[in-house]
Design a protein around this ligand. Structure first.
Ligand code: SIN
Ligand code: MN
Length: 266
């Protein structure tokens, strides 16, 4: 899947684009079912909120077939190859739960801030591409983005290791207020199967979820191969050190897997 001129322009100017209806109902159904299975496993890659609810599952592409196919999907890989003009590898892979009633906040941050400081990534030539598994409403902790904030480079940040179970380099309230004055603020809602891609320096965050509606989103962090990380400090399954370029699977691979899966479980 290739981005058109308008999408490329919006990405350059605003730092994000949303692509609705990228994945079918069947494709999403199998990913949702498998995400729940993974959250029920007792494994180090599944991190929990302080309440015990799942927060994120790392590296599912390495131990789950459906998420492995998603991690090679041309609808996600090709747009990033197009933007970076080279092959990409998987730097990080997360299935964020934002569980009903207890899903916790993600403070204001830039992704590249963490990749640079914690992983020794040379340039912001990596980015998150997110697949919505549940409907994202205005009220169940949508991702909030500050348009155009990617144009400011890496901003000062403090290492917050206490607000949630996930350590994060977070921005000050003053910095966020200034950036919102300049670029505004959007909350990206959308149906399951929609895809959001955003620049590694785009400032974003999300509030807690006190509704009965979970908000599962899968994030592939794809890094340009030449921009491989130089100084890893985190576990291999958080910041991968296998820099092999991803070869995309066939466009119908996940649909075929989903049909067989759903037939078997019917
Ligand atoms: C992230 O920024 O890495 C996750 C935010 C979210 O899932 O709300
Ligand atoms: Mn982030």
């Amino acid at each position: 899947m290739k981005l058109n001129k308008d999408q490329i322009r919006q990405f350059a100017d605003e730092g994000w684009i949303f692509l609705p209806e990228c994945f079918s109902e069947d494709e999403v159904a199998v990913l949702k079912a498998e995400a729940e299975n993974i959250y029920n496993e007792d494994r180090p890659e599944v991190w929990r909120e302080t309440s015990g609810a799942p927060r994120t599952a790392f590296a599912a592409h390495t131990y789950n077939e459906a998420f492995s196919i998603l991690g090679r999907h041309p609808r996600l890989i090709e747009p990033l190859e197009q933007v970076f003009n080279e092959k990409v590898y998987m730097h990080q892979y997360k299935i964020n739960a934002k569980a009903k009633f207890t899903g916790d906040v993600w403070q204001w941050h830039q992704d590249y801030g963490t990749w640079a400081r914690d992983d020794g990534m040379p340039e912001p030539r990596a980015m998150n591409i997110a697949v919505f598994l549940d409907e994202v409403f205005p009220f169940n902790g949508p991702l909030m983005l500050i348009p155009q904030s990617h144009k400011h480079g890496v901003l000062d940040a403090g290492h917050d290791t206490s607000t949630t179970s996930y350590p994060l380099w977070t921005l000050s309230e003053d910095a966020v207020e200034n950036l919102v004055d300049q670029g505004g603020l959007i909350a990206q809602t959308g149906k399951p199967g929609g895809v959001l891609m955003f620049h590694g320096n785009l400032v974003h965050g999300s509030a807690g979820n006190i509704t009965p509606f979970p908000r599962k989103i899968v994030y592939l962090t794809l890094n340009a191969v030449s921009n491989y990380i130089r100084k890893p400090t985190r576990e291999e399954w958080i910041a991968h050190q296998d820099f092999t370029p991803i070869e995309s699977c066939a466009d119908n691979a996940l649909q075929a897997y989903a049909q067989a899966y759903l037939q078997k479980s019917a």
